[in-house]
Design a protein around this ligand. Structure first.
Ligand SMILES: C[S@@+](CC[C@H](N)C(=O)[O-])C[C@H]1O[C@@H](n2cnc3c(N)ncnc32)[C@H](O)[C@@H]1O
Length: 280
């Protein structure tokens, strides 16, 4: 079933994620919030920056992502709070915003096995690298270049808000299919996979090594249908394309236009059409 047109590009919800994240849903949180049914637990298999989690009111949350650097950081922030936030802030020092320091710290991030140091450097890199992107080379090394910002801000208040809300969340590094298999009756699942490319060349799917292809998109849609038939609602965000219309043909669809802010290509910063597929 395909219907229901609603248009929204901004919202008035104030809880911002502390990380910049490609495909982040901060500006769409109110639209997503309106589409999600009540439940006892929200499961997000593709949590990214946590923009949706931060703006919802469920009693508890399961938040997962395949990026283990991201989940390590969230777990530390949840358990250590203020002390860890101070440690992260220590990397936003006078020397922080220079190209040579950036590349030294990027090398350190790629070399260290110290999870606390690596997590603090992840926050530093996120605010100082080009467009706040998170990309890795074939060897799994973070390889985004220096961002040349005037004065990157340390997101202290946003980290504190995340710390407080994360007390109701449990974090896992896992593939989406594993996360979805743990759902039980009463759970609501919100999926925000890497976008299906708008065109063959507009591929924006390399958030982690390995990417996320059309086969995974179809597998996700099939799992969503299967879970909804068992009484567990699944809502999926994606671009509005012929491919997604077909993949989500068994769902109710809501369409809206979105202003793009994070993109390495200026020409793809315009409006794009997105959808929410509601399997329930
Ligand atoms: C569009 S982003 C999610 C953005 C998030 N909703 C937000 O507002 O910040 C997609 C996320 O999926 C994760 N991801 C990619 N492949 C995955 C997989 N196979 N299983 C789980 N997570 C995956 C990426 O690391 C990325 O964080």
């Amino acid at each position: 079933m395909t219907a229901h047109i609603s248009i929204a590009t901004t919202n008035n919800i104030t809880t911002k994620p502390f990380l910049k994240w490609a495909g982040g849903k901060y500006r769409l949180a109110s639209v997503i919030r309106a589409a999600l049914p009540q439940g006892s637990r929200l499961i997000e298999p593709f949590v990214g920056s946590g923009a949706v989690f931060l703006n919802m009111d469920y009693p508890s949350y399961v938040l997962a992502d395949s990026n283990h650097h991201l989940i390590d950081l969230f777990q530390l922030l949840k358990s250590e709070g203020g002390g860890f936030i101070d440690f992260c802030q220590s990397f936003f020092d006078k020397e922080a915003n220079s190209e040579s320091v950036f590349y030294q710290r990027r090398d350190l991030f790629n070399a260290t096995n110290d999870i606390k140091l690596r997590s603090a450097l992840f926050v530093y890199l996120n605010r100082h690298c080009f467009n706040g992107l998170c990309r890795y080379n074939a060897k799994g090394f973070f390889n985004v270049p220096f961002g040349r910002y005037k004065s990157p801000l340390f997101p202290r208040q946003e980290m504190l808000a995340f710390h407080r809300k994360s007390q109701y969340a449990c974090f896992n590094v896992s593939d989406f299919s594993h996360t979805m298999k743990m759902a039980q009756k009463g759970d609501i699942i919100y999926c925000d996979p890497p976008y299906v490319p708008l065109s063959a060349t507009a591929s924006f799917t390399s958030y982690t090594q390995g990417g996320f292809g059309l086969e995974e998109q179809n597998r996700l849609a099939a799992m969503a249908l299967e879970l909804s038939l068992k009484g567990i609602p699944v809502i999926i965000s994606n671009h509005h394309t012929p491919f997604t219309l077909n993949a989500y043909k068994d769902a109710k669809i809501e369409f809206f236009d979105v202003q793009r802010f994070i993109s390495s290509k200026a020409e793809s910063r315009g409006k794009v059409s997105e959808l929410l597929a509601i399997f329930s």
